[in-house]
Design a binder for this molecule. Structure first.
Ligand code: SF4
Length: 314
C-alpha cells in the first residue's frame, strides 16, 4: 500500500503578468511578422519556455551583433535592457519590440528622474543579473552604485556621496533581506530617499509570502524554476529561512530526490514567476506514482494584474 503524502501548494505561484506579457509578445510578433523573430537574451529565465518558443519560430541571441538577418525584428527580454541596446538597434536599422516588464521600466524611469533631480543613486541588486545591467544602463556609467549585501553598506564611503542619496532595488529580491539592507542604508544616510512605490514587485512579494506560510510545516520544499531565475532562487532561500532546511530548486536537469521524499510526510511546492504551471503538475504526477497524495492549496493573495501589449502588437 502507498504511503500518504500531504502537499501544500503555494498560491500565487508561477507566471506573473510581466512573464505572460513577454511570452505573448514573442508569439504575437511571430504571428504578425512571420518566422523567424530574434529574441535578445532568454525572454524569461525558463528553459522550457525558451524551447517552446524556438519551436514556434524564435531565435535566441545574446547580443544584437549575433543577429544574422537584420531584416527580421528583434524582441528585448522581460528583464529590460540598457539604453545602448535600442540605440544600437536603431543604428543597425533593426525593428524591435520591447518586452521589458512595465514594473522594471518603472524602476528605469525612477532612476532617470532621480538622476535629473541631482541624486546619488544606490541600486540594491545582484551583480551581472540582466535586470541590474539594464537598470544601470539607463544612466551614464558610474551614476548608479550597486550594492548586494548589508556588508556592502558598511563598505560605502560616505565621503563619496556629495549629493542627496536615493536608493532603488531590483524587482525580484528577497523582501526580508532587502529590508535589512535598507535599514542599514537608513542608518548610514538618515535622509536617504526611498522609492515612492516599492520596487520589489507584487509577484515576488506574493510568492515569497506564500512560501513563508507553508515552509515551516514541511519536511521538504520544492521550488520549480531555473537556476538563473532570480525570483525562483530567492523562493528557495525564503523556504529555508522560514524553517524548511530541505528546500531545493527543481530546475530542468534536477532529479527528484526519491530517498528524502520517501521519508517525508508533508511537502510544499511553489514555482518561480517564469515557470509554467505544467511543470508543477508534472512534479505532482511523478510524486503520485509512489504516494497517495492529498493536496491543499494555500492562497495568500489573489493576483489580477494584466499588462497591456506594446501598441504595435495590439
Ligand atoms: S517578476 Fe515582477 S518585475 Fe519580473 S516580470 Fe514578473 S511582474 Fe515583472
Amino acid at each position: 500500500m502507498k504511503k500518504n503524502l500531504k502537499i501544500y501548494l503555494a498560491s500565487p505561484r508561477g507566471f506573473c503578468a510581466g512573464v505572460k506579457r513577454a511570452i505573448d509578445i514573442v508569439e504575437k510578433s511571430i504571428n504578425k511578422y512571420g518566422k523567424p523573430v530574434y529574441v535578445r537574451h532568454e525572454i524569461v529565465h525558463n528553459k522550457q519556455v525558451v524551447e517552446e518558443l524556438k519551436k514556434k519560430g524564435a531565435i535566441f541571441v545574446e547580443e544584437l551583433s549575433d543577429i544574422k538577418d537584420n531584416t527580421r525584428p528583434v524582441i528585448f527580454s522581460a528583464h529590460g535592457v540598457p539604453k545602448s541596446v535600442p540605440e544600437e538597434a536603431k543604428q543597425k536599422k533593426l525593428s524591435f519590440v520591447d518586452a521589458t516588464c512595465p514594473l522594471v521600466s518603472k524602476v528605469h524611469r525612477e532612476s532617470e528622474q532621480l538622476h535629473k533631480r541631482g541624486y546619488d543613486i544606490i541600486l540594491i541588486g545582484h551583480n551581472k543579473h540582466p535586470e541590474v545591467i539594464g537598470t544601470m544602463g539607463q544612466l551614464p556609467k558610474g551614476s548608479i552604485k550597486l550594492i548586494e549585501t548589508v556588508n556592502d553598506v558598511s563598505l560605502l564611503d560616505i565621503k563619496q556621496f556629495s549629493k542627496p542619496v536615493a536608493y532603488i532595488t531590483q524587482t525580484t529580491l528577497s523582501v526580508d533581506d532587502t529590508a535589512e539592507i535598507i535599514k542599514k542604508l537608513e542608518e548610514k544616510f538618515p535622509d536617504i530617499k526611498q522609492p515612492i512605490k516599492e520596487d520589489i514587485c507584487y509577484a515576488t512579494t506574493n510568492r515569497q509570502l506564500a512560501v513563508k506560510k507553508i515552509a515551516p510545516k514541511c519536511d521538504m520544499f520544492f521550488v520549480i524554476g531555473s537556476r538563473n531565475s532570480s525570483n525562483s532562487v530567492r523562493l528557495v532561500e525564503v523556504a529555508k529561512k522560514a524553517g524548511c532546511k530541505n528546500s531545493m530548486l527543481m530546475y530542468f536537469e534536477k532529479k527528484i530526490p526519491t530517498v528524502d521524499l520517501g521519508k517525508s510526510e508533508i511537502i510544499g511546492i511553489s514555482s518561480g514567476a517564469s515557470a509554467p504551471e505544467e511543470l508543477v503538475q508534472d512534479l505532482i504526477n511523478k510524486v503520485k506514482v509512489d504516494r497517495t497524495v492529498s493536496i491543499e492549496e494555500v492562497v495568500v493573495a489573489e493576483e489580477k494584474v494584466v499588462f497591456k501589449l506594446p501598441k504595435e502588437l495590439n
